[in-house]
Ligand binder design. Structure first.
Ligand code: DAT
Ligand code: MG
Length: 166
């Protein structure tokens, strides 16, 4: 089995409940390597692009609000995991999409809930295939934010104002 990558997001409910440590500890059982990690304030554009495949679902607007942090805190932790069978290993520990159906010792089974308005607050996201991992990692990370360049890169001169320390 070849090396695989998986994008993991610790969603705003995970951050507000102080679960980042627990989740990262639990994921360390996979013995996968973390190749990138950061805290992100999710814009509407990023949220909609991330969940583009679900845009026709009736829960889409609520899902966008949830991932943007409108119900918890406007922070998401994004991580890139790498190793053999990364997607399957991470998704097994994450548990089923519906937190009420998830294995009780999985992350979603332990910490997830369904709100009265039907939002699956399921604490984590994990890519579901190598193709979606590639799409999602490229969406959430720049090449220089990952310790090695997983996907092909090119150099380009871009002149844009940059925020620096004063
Ligand atoms: P997963 O996150 O397990 O890959 P998915 O990609 O099908 O599941 O859906 C993305 C997110 O959308 C999921 O984490 C929670 C939300 N979601 C999916 N199905 C839902 C439903 N029937 N009702 C409410 N939210 C749902
Ligand atoms: Mg998915």
């Amino acid at each position: 089995m070849a090396k695989e990558q998986c994008l993991v997001l610790i969603k705003p409910d995970g951050l507000v409940k102080s679960l980042t440590g627990d989740i990262i500890s639990k994921l360390s059982e996979t013995e996968l390597k973390i190749m990138g990690a950061k805290i992100v304030q999710v814009t509407k554009e990023l949220a909609e692009e991330h969940y583009q495949q679900l845009k026709n679902e009736k829960f889409f607007d609520e899902l966008i609000r949830y991932i943007m942090g409108e119900y918890h805190t406007k922070r998401v932790m994004a991580l890139v995991y790498e190793g053999e069978n990364a997607i399957e290993k991470v998704r097994r520990i994450a548990g089923a999409t519906n937190p009420e159906q998830a294995d009780p010792i999985s992350i979603r089974g332990k910490y997830g809930r369904i709100t009265t308005s039907g939002v699956f607050e399921n604490v984590v996201h994990a890519s579901d295939s190598p193709a979606s991992a590639e799409r999602e990692i490229k969406l959430w990370f720049r090449p220089d934010e990952i310790v090695h360049t997983i996907y092909p890169t090119e150099e380009k001169e871009i002149k844009t104002p940059k925020l620096i320390w004063k």
